[in-house]
Design a binder for this molecule. Structure first.
Ligand SMILES: [Ca+2]
Ligand SMILES: [Ca+2]
Ligand SMILES: [Ca+2]
Length: 162
């Protein structure tokens, strides 16, 4: 059983329509080329990253832009009051956030005002429930915090003859 979502539909004048789907394994949520696994089970940051590796060789979520961020926030609002790891850490240089698995700097962030700065004991990023409404907060890497994995989805093309 595979789930799929239409990410783009291109319509060409003569040849009909081509739609692009993201397909994901059962239990994973498709969105715009990626698949997400929400596991509401508290773990430390490194345990969570390890958990993702063991599931589809994925990684803790990389939030690349506002669209992906708001899609994920909408899903989280369906769960009650859980924190979810974002795959970012400032463990190397205080206040400088990098993706844990690639060491790259993020192109988009959504930290709450007062979070994401110079907090020595809070070196891992999470989506925060309650007043944060799933904006990001920095927190202790020991958790326990719920796991959100991201894997690359399978892009499929389907031609609809018009
Ligand atoms: Ca992503
Ligand atoms: Ca910090
Ligand atoms: Ca904090």
């Amino acid at each position: 059983m595979w789930k799929r979502s239409v990410s783009i539909v291109l319509c060409l004048l003569i040849s009909g329509c081509v739609s692009y789907y993201t397909t994901c394994k059962d239990g994973w949520v498709p969105f715009s080329g990626s698949c997400y696994l929400f596991r509401a089970q508290g773990m430390s940051f490194t345990e969570a990253e390890h958990f993702c590796r063991q599931h589809e060789n994925s990684h803790l979520v990389h939030v690349d832009d506002a669209l992906e961020n708001s899609f994920l926030k909408d899903r989280m609002r369906a769960y009650k009051d859980a924190f979810w790891w974002v795959g970012l850490t400032d463990d190397d240089i205080e206040g400088v956030w990098k993706w844990y698995d690639t060491d790259e700097m993020p192109t988009f962030t959504d930290f709450m005002p007062g979070d994401g700065g110079d907090h020595n004991k809070e070196d891992c990023a999470t989506f925060g429930p309650g007043p944060a409404d799933y904006s990001w907060v920095d927190a202790s890497c020991s958790g326990p915090i719920s796991v959100l994995c991201e894997a690359r989805g399978h892009e499929c093309e389907e031609t609809i003859v018009g």
